[in-house]
Ligand binder design. Structure first.
Ligand code: ADE
Ligand code: ZN
Length: 337
């Protein structure tokens, strides 16, 4: 039986793969560009949206880093975060673990504190306004060298009690997880959780490296793990969470049609997949749209949706009591609907 859109939108869920800079809608980009006197190489919101036709990850990243230039003050980052949490709330989201890319901002001269203080203020506001809990994951840009990640980890020292984990993002091909072995070991020593983008465009070997060298707690994307049957078996056995992003995969040509998306196959194989939006302002949908459009395209059942929602909590970095509370809420929702 096909599952209704209302059921999908209403089910309590967490988002575990969201780049906050990727939630910058063109309208806010223009407003901040004007306020901060930063030039945007587009004339209108329509022109910006028309430019969001990407053939691969790098195509997107070139535009995404340019867009981030309008973010200049703590208030800008706070507004960005709050706009995202409003969308999450409308989609039944009750918890989020959001990525930010400090080097994108420090490399253009902003002090480390500007982005993080603004985001933390936005997260606090979302908790008060919507009852949404959230955690922050600091990502290292893998196209830069490991020295830059070490500088970033050092700059983050005064904030380590408010950072849940570190991640690895940006251009995947040619920048394997092993390039960052030392900085991830240092982050782990400081008690931080570890995640890494792997197997989005890069080969299954990068997923192996993320597991064996970075000792990740979650894999971000992981699509290409499906090319390696032994790796799939290992991910299933270890109960490793994959933060899958279907509309991102479509926009970045990881899949050419949403009907070919592996989400259903992943669930049927017993992989612990979750459904996420990645960079929703650029990829045409927030977390609710990712669930709904994927369900329609690949035929997810009500049981699959319940599994995805539960995985989003059991794969989160919340404490066991909070996870149990959210999983019970998912069960209660399923019984009531
Ligand atoms: N940064 C923002 N979105 C990303 C993605 N999908 N992959 C790698 N780096 C990113
Ligand atoms: Zn991502």
């Amino acid at each position: 039986m096909s599952v209704s859109e209302a059921f999908i939108r209403g089910i309590p869920k967490a988002e575990l793969h969201l780049h906050i800079e990727g939630s910058l809608e063109p309208e806010l980009m223009f407003a901040l560009g004007k306020r901060n006197k930063v030039d945007i190489p587009f004339q209108s919101v329509e022109e910006v949206r028309a430019a969001y036709a990407f053939s691969n990850l790098q195509d997107f990243l070139d535009i995404y880093y340019q867009g981030a230039n309008v973010l200049q003050t703590e208030a800008d980052f706070q507004a960005l975060a709050l706009a995202y949490f409003e969308r999450l709330h409308a989609d039944g989201g009750v918890h989020a673990e959001i990525f930010f890319d400090p080097e994108t901002h420090t490399d253009r001269g902003l002090p480390f504190s500007v982005a993080i203080d603004g985001l933390l203020a936005g997260m606090k506001e979302a908790e008060a306004k919507f009852g949404i809990s959230s955690k922050l994951i600091m990502c290292f840009l893998r196209h830069l060298d490991e020295e830059s990640s070490f500088r970033t980890l050092k700059a983050a020292e005064p904030y380590l009690d408010r950072i849940a984990g570190v991640g690895l993002d940006s251009s995947e091909k040619g920048h394997p997880p092993s390039k960052f072995a030392r900085v991830f070991a240092a982050a782990k020593e400081r008690g931080l959780k570890i995640v890494a983008h792997a197997g989005e465009e890069g080969p299954p070997a990068y997923v192996h490296e993320a597991l064996d060298i970075l000792h990740v707690d979650r894999i971000d994307h992981g699509n290409r793990a499906l090319e390696d049957a032994a790796l799939v078996q290992r991910l299933v056995k270890e109960g490793m969470t994959l933060t899958v992003c279907p509309l991102s995969n479509l926009k970045l040509c990881v899949v050419h049609d949403l009907k070919d998306h592996p989400m259903k196959r992943m669930l049927d194989l017993g992989l612990k997949a979750t459904c996420n939006s990645d960079d929703p302002a650029y990829f045409g949908g927030y977390v609710g749209d990712n669930y709904v459009r994927t369900a329609q395209a690949v035929g997810l059942t009500q049981a699959d949706i319940v599994t995805l929602a539960k995985n989003s909590f059991t794969g989160s970095f919340l404490d066991p009591a909070a996870i149990a509370k959210h999983v019970a809420a998912v069960d209660a929702y399923a019984v009531a609907h």
